[in-house]
Design a binder for this molecule. Structure first.
Ligand SMILES: NC(=O)c1ccc[n+]([C@@H]2O[C@H](COP(=O)([O-])OP(=O)(O)OC[C@H]3O[C@@H](n4cnc5c(N)ncnc54)[C@H](O)[C@@H]3O)[C@@H](O)[C@H]2O)c1
Length: 368
């Protein structure tokens, strides 16, 4: 029997091809953009230069002050830059941080976004914005921030350093895992999420073994597209709330935190989401990660590709676990298993330690 569901798919036009950076001008035209603000951080400047050269006067101005989690000051500078340039569209090039700055402008101005993502964060497929003021990150959903067009060009991702690429890939896995156990996920989105895990489980080890492998980079970007789309069309659970807390309150890096937590979040929910767990297990096996336990399979994937496995290694302190637990429990994210203190604390201790799920954590950590 099919469970009840809501299927609402945000409408973005997606262009996926090696060399698709050459299509930015035509796609901007299609959107009716004549004077775009081009946003790209330092490491992506080379590709931004190419777009600026190709598009000439259609690039009205550039903005390169890209900061993760979009501090409100950066958002207001970027919005002023768009207004001063008389921009009628925004082109964002780079990871979730570039897309995030573009979304902050769109939230204020309603300008359309053409996104050219170069990591696996997935923000380009969602209507979710995020802004940070002091130690507090606020997020929300708004149709104005959903990019109208997304151009995926695997060639642009070859320069993404391996450590960033593998952590970002685990970030994408986390969107897919939490989408699978989101309430009301539609049957089509469930198939897509399973396919996304399969694609990433297959691509990431090949990419880690040979970072210059363009086919592996392309397959990973394909999985990331599915992951971003899953994030955009379903709700997220305890894992995303924990990572949001780790980034917003403890300034831990975004993708590495996802990598270090997702196996334990999966373990936490394992007994409460049987269909999702079966889909994750199938997808990991199909992608070449043998497992009969999804949490262990996810940990094995991260281990194989050298992605972060513990919060301790990211600088999180054992002494912060009680405070972080309280923040997550207070928020009461929608999640298959009830979110209560003992369980969340145990999850965070396990993620802090980073041992394979199912293994015992040290008594020192448990008594901390
Ligand atoms: N709103 C959403 O739906 C959503 C979804 C996922 C992530 N996010 C947000 O996105 C941010 C994280 O994004 P991220 O993990 O992509 O990190 P990021 O955008 O900060 O990129 C990580 C690093 O990789 C560099 N980089 C990116 N592409 C490169 C390339 N091709 N070559 C060389 N270097 C490159 C960047 O300059 C940066 O230094 C966070 O603020 C997170 O909250 C939002």
């Amino acid at each position: 029997m099919v469970d009840s569901f809501v299927h609402e798919v945000p409408a973005a036009r997606v262009v996926f091809a090696n060399g698709a950076i050459g299509e930015v001008g035509a796609e901007l035209d299609r959107l009716g953009g004549r004077h775009a603000l081009l946003i790209a951080g330092g490491p992506e400047a080379e590709y931004a230069d190419r777009i600026a050269q190709d598009l000439g006067p259609a690039i009205a101005a550039r903005f390169s002050d890209v900061v993760m989690h979009v501090p409100v000051e950066i958002a207001s500078h970027a919005t002023a830059a768009a207004r001063d340039a008389g921009a009628d569209a925004i082109i964002s090039l780079g990871g979730g941080s570039s897309t995030g700055v573009a979304k902050a402008i769109a939230l204020e101005t309603g300008l359309p976004i053409l996104a050219v993502p170069t990591t696996y964060a997935g923000s380009e497929m969602t209507n979710i914005w995020g802004l940070t003021e002091g130690r507090r990150k606020t997020t929300g959903r708004d149709p104005r921030v959903l990019p109208r067009t997304v151009i995926y060009d695997p060639e642009l991702t070859v320069s993404l350093p391996l450590d960033i690429a593998v952590a970002s890939g685990m970030n994408a896995i986390a969107h897919l895992v939490e989408g699978l156990y989101a309430p009301g996920i539609s049957p089509v989105m469930a198939l897509q999420a399973e396919e996304g895990i399969r694609a990433l489980a297959s691509a990431l080890p090949r990419l880690a073994a040979n970072p210059g492998d363009l086919t592996a980079r392309g397959d990973a970007l394909y999985g990331a597209w599915l992951a971003g789309w899953t994030l955009g069309t379903t709700g997220m659970g305890i894992h995303h709330k924990i990572c949001h807390t780790l980034g917003g309150t403890y300034n831990l890096p975004h993708a590495p935190s996802h990598s270090a937590v997702i196996a334990y979040a999966t373990d936490f929910n394992a007994g409460h989401a049987p269909a999702a767990m079966a889909a994750i297990t199938r997808a990991l096996n199909a992608g070449g990660i043998p497992c009969d336990n999804p949490a262990q399979g996810i940990w094995d994937l991260a281990d194989r590709i050298g992605a972060p496995l513990s919060l301790q290694a990211l600088g999180f302190e054992l002494g912060s676990i009680d405070e972080a637990t309280a923040i997550v429990v207070d928020a009461q994210p929608t999640n298959p298993r009830p979110v209560e203190s003992d369980g969340v604390r145990a999850l965070l201790i396990a993620a802090y330690e980073g041992t394979r799920p199912g293994a015992l954590v040290s008594t020192e950590a448990l008594s901390g």
